[in-house]
Design a protein around this ligand. Sequence first.
Ligand code: UDP
Length: 327
Amino acid sequence: MQNILVTGGAGYIGSHACKVLKNAGYQPVTFDNFVTGWRDAVKYGPLFEGDLCDAASVAAAFEEYNPIGVMHFAALSQVGESMHEPGKYWQNNVLGSLNLIETAAKYGCKNFVFSSTCATYGDQDNVVLNEDCAQHPINAYGASKRAIEDILANFGQSHGMNSVIFRYFNVAGADPEGEVGEFHQPETHLIPLMLDAISGKRDALTVFGTDYDTPDGTCIRDYVHVMDLVDAHVLGLKWLEDGKGSRAFNLGTGSGYSVREVIDHSQSVTNQTVPFTTGDRRPGDCTKLVSGSQRAIAELGWKPQRSNLSEMIRDAWRWHQNGHYDR
Ligand code: UDP
């Protein structure tokens, strides 16, 4: 069986990717340092415990498993934190990724799938973002991901590294079979925080900013189901194996929902009230991030099937009620 090194395989998106990789006939090898990941989430293949900032441990993983491809999810990913502690983002995300990319190149592993973000585009109000839009990140998280995209482009020129870069919009939902799901500590993302507030696990949700230039004053995001997202990753891997070269793809649906609309949908799905208050804007937040996602559909043959907001909230709610991890 062919090994795929999955960095961050113990995290939210990485664990779902391991599941679909295994179903597609690959062996996912999780590389994780468990700073944010969960041992319980490593279910579909071997584990290599290591840190991307430790180049020796990265090399040891390549020695042991000789992967034919890399899916690189491991990263710090909180916009708010990145504004207060940018150094952590440059250190962990950029230097860790540089170690990984250099090691992959050294071991002749030239199929690299990278989890980037719509935050690399920055604030471009009232524009549906497509892959050719300029990238001007307004927070350190987005800047760190943008830098890694640049590193991959350079290694493409110098070492023949082929990369599929996925710029995620807002990932939501959980495995409908309930084997893996979203579980962050601390949690900072809208939908799980909302579900926590509904179930009384935490206090009321704070809506960050009600004075944005949007119809209801709250930020607009494009939500994509985690299962659809990871399906795209397997298609991206096959794209690389077929020798189609490096390409960037947005992963979103083209539909934007405001924070208030997400609250409304959550109330309908759960049949419960979301307790919320309103607060200040969160530094680093863009007004509106909505994907132009035709490229992935047209070129990769991606067919998002579950990325309807109510379905994403329903799957997240099921996981919220039944699933959890221990470290
Ligand atoms: N948000 C909010 N309250 C929270 C968390 C998030 O109002 O407690 C808003 C946030 O300002 C953004 C949207 O919800 O407009 C999605 O934020 P999230 O952190 O889930 O993802 P991001 O867009 O930062 O990747």
